[in-house]
Design a protein around this ligand. Structure first.
Ligand code: GTP
Length: 598
């Protein structure tokens, strides 16, 4: 097919504005799959994604569309992950396109991720087509939303397409718009091969599959390709396209989107954002924008049953095959035994990995509270990073500590500005800016410590604004903070897995609430258990779990056996996630209690 008849595009949207539904409609309309073949939602094909209704890993599909001008076009839809944890992957997917459909919910208008994503698209010089979706909703107000897009983003919306992805309205207009407005790719077949890797996955038979967009040159089986960031050279064994199933083709030319396989064993060799070139005739320079992704959030993962340690390691290794951003290393906790310290891009990424370990690999885990990476400057001049609070040296050894800060953007109806400000202030936020999007909605910008965001900022933001607020954030860098380590002692023994790093001004308050919480969580045992919070040697709070007095079944006197069974079962269920710490049984919730204390 002529390059002139190729269109490469992405769909960008805030979560739930209808990206996957619209993609499905485009696939259906172009007959890429018959509706019988279509699964409920083709592009979100991981179970977890479907359950949570969010896209985690990008998928792509090639569509063929015969437009009203009589020409047949090849449309490559490159799906982007829809969550703030995956910004870098979104930006690389966008770099593989010439245009993007910007979907905005006709009832809700612009949200935080709409803006974050549209800025990424503009950074990549994409042609943007505005699509106002969900016009079937009674509360839809497409005119207001169009105005908002004009005012806030500055896009001309006179040719915006109005759709209902759900009922199939406006789908043909979207396709016509793609063909007319998005420019065809430019590129030269004669030049040395230059292709962008925008995603990858591991296949048990073929090894790592790189998802690529060819910029210049040709890639085909038999040639030697070189990944420029890692200097890895392999022979290309297969190339192909997504229809959406992987279908082999003889070659990929400039402007084409597809996959490349070459018996590569390790996803680390195929990095998102890297450039593939011809090893025998390489380009002088790699494509711009390559960045190595680094985890921002760490937590400890420990098997409840220590005999499952090897199983956990194997499972993590398997997950890592498909996920270059997951890192882990063995860790020993005096409280929890042998486990792993794992690093994730963000909280969602962390939850997804935890759930997959439990669901797909059947391992019951104890997870410790997530932590950011702190930079510690010691008095002897040594500087190092810690991702486990229990590793913090004694206060005497520390000159100062730095923690990561983010710029957070919150969009809310103006009635909630007060509560958002209050919450952000409480979370050590520094107010930066406030802007009206229209008469009813406001965008607030704050600079906050990342650790406060991973505690419970988003949950509290949502509940304080009845779900109306949307949030997006990006890393700013490290700043000095007055931080201390708060230790928790059970039965006078410090429990390393419960240590946290907190701001000095909040340490006493958090310590007090935390021990109170723990008293409610740690079940009564045969003896009394003191719970203490301490900073250094100084105990700042104490509670006591009283010794057990009565049998749990005592109150089920008399007949009802099913009730009795239920109670016993509940107790057994609770047992599953207990860890023996010294002579105290500690349930999973205890390690997460810190996240819910304000
Ligand atoms: P992420 O994958 O998380 O980015 O979400 P998404 O943007 O892909 O949203 P999705 O397509 O999953 O749609 C979210 C919800 O909105 C689903 O319940 C859809 O059925 C619904 N929805 C999508 N399009 C329309 C529409 O045109 N009208 C109405 N009424 N509902 C829609």
């Amino acid at each position: 097919m002529k390059t002139n008849n190729i269109r490469n595009f992405s769909i960008i949207a805030h979560i739930d504005h209808g990206k996957s539904t619209l993609a499905d409609r485009l696939i259906e309309y172009t007959g890429t799959l018959s509706s019988r073949q279509m699964e409920a939602q083709v592009l979100d094909n991981m179970d977890l994604e479907r359950e949570r209704g969010i896209t985690i890993k990008a998928q792509s599909v090639r569509l063929e569309y015969t437009a009203k001008d009589g020409e047949t076009y090849m449309l490559n839809l490159i799906d982007t992950p829809g969550h703030v944890d995956f910004t870098y992957e979104v930006s690389r997917s966008l770099a593989a396109c010439e245009g993007a459909l910007l979907i905005v919910d006709a009832a809700q208008g612009i949200e935080a991720q709409t803006l974050a994503n549209v800025y990424l698209a503009l950074d990549n010089d994409l042609e943007i087509i505005t699509v106002i979706n969900k016009i079937d909703l009674p509360s839809a107000d497409p005119e207001r939303v169009k105005q908002e897009v004009e005012d806030v983003i500055g896009l001309d919306t006179s040719e915006a397409v109005l759709t209902s992805a759900k009922s199939g309205i406006g789908i043909e207009e979207v396709l016509e718009s793609i063909v007319k407005k998005i420019p065809p790719p430019k590129g030269n077949v004669e030049e040395p091969l230059c292709a962008l890797i925008f995603d990858s996955h591991f296949d048990a038979y073929k090894g790592v599959i790189a998802y690529v967009r060819v910029i210049n040159g040709i890639i085909k089986p038999g040639m030697k390709m070189k990944m420029m960031a890692t200097n890895k050279i392999v022979e290309v064994t297969e190339v192909g396209v997504f229809r959406p199933a992987m279908t082999n083709v003889s070659e990929l030319a400039p402007g084409h989107v597809g996959f490349v396989a070459g018996s590569i064993k390790n996803v680390k060799d195929v990095r998102v954002g890297d450039t593939i070139t011809d090893a025998d005739r390489p380009v002088a320079e790699a494509l711009p924008g390559y960045r190595k992704v680094t985890p921002m959030v760490y937590c400890g993962l420990y098997p409840v049953d220590s005999s499952e340690y090897d199983l956990l390691r194997d499972a993590l290794e398997k997950l890592k095959l498909n996920d270059a951003s997951l890192v882990f290393e063995p860790e020993t906790s005096s409280a929890l035994g042998f486990g792993f310290r794992c690093g994730f891009l963000g909280l969602l990424h962390m939850e997804v990995i935890q759930e997959r370990l439990e669901r797909e690999y059947n391992i019951t885990l104890i997870t410790t509270a997530p932590s950011v990476i702190y930079r510690v400057f010691k008095t002897d001049g040594e500087i190092f990073e810690i991702e486990n609070p229990s590793k913090l040296p004694t206060p005497q050894e520390i000159e100062h500590i730095e923690e990561p800060y983010v710029k957070a953007m919150v969009i809310v109806p103006n009635d909630y500005v007060g509560v958002v400000m209050e919450l952000s202030q409480e979370k050590r936020g520094e107010f930066k800016d406030m802007k009206y999007l229209d008469v009813t909605r406001v965008m607030l910008t704050y600079e906050l410590p990342l650790s406060e965001i991973i505690y419970d900022y988003f949950d509290r933001l949502k509940s304080a604004t009845r779900g109306y607020a949307s949030l997006d954030y990006e890393l700013l860098g490290y700043r000095e903070s007055k931080l201390v380590k708060l230790d928790i002692l059970l039965n006078s023994e410090p429990v390393d897995a419960l240590s946290i790093i907190v701001h000095r001004d909040k340490a006493t308050y958090r310590g007090r609430i935390l021990v109170e919480k723990l008293r409610g969580i740690i079940p009564r045992q045969m003896f009394e258990i003191p719970i203490q919070a301490a900073i250094g040697n100084k105990v700042i709070a104490r509670e006591t779990v009283r010794a057990m007095r009565k049998d749990v079944l005592a109150k089920c006197y008399g007949g009802d056996i099913s009730r009795k069974r239920k109670l016993l079962e509940k107790q057994k269920e609770g047992k599953k996630r207990m860890k023996q710490v010294g002579n105290v049984e500690v349930p999973q919730e205890a390690f997460m209690a810190i996240l819910k204390i304000d």
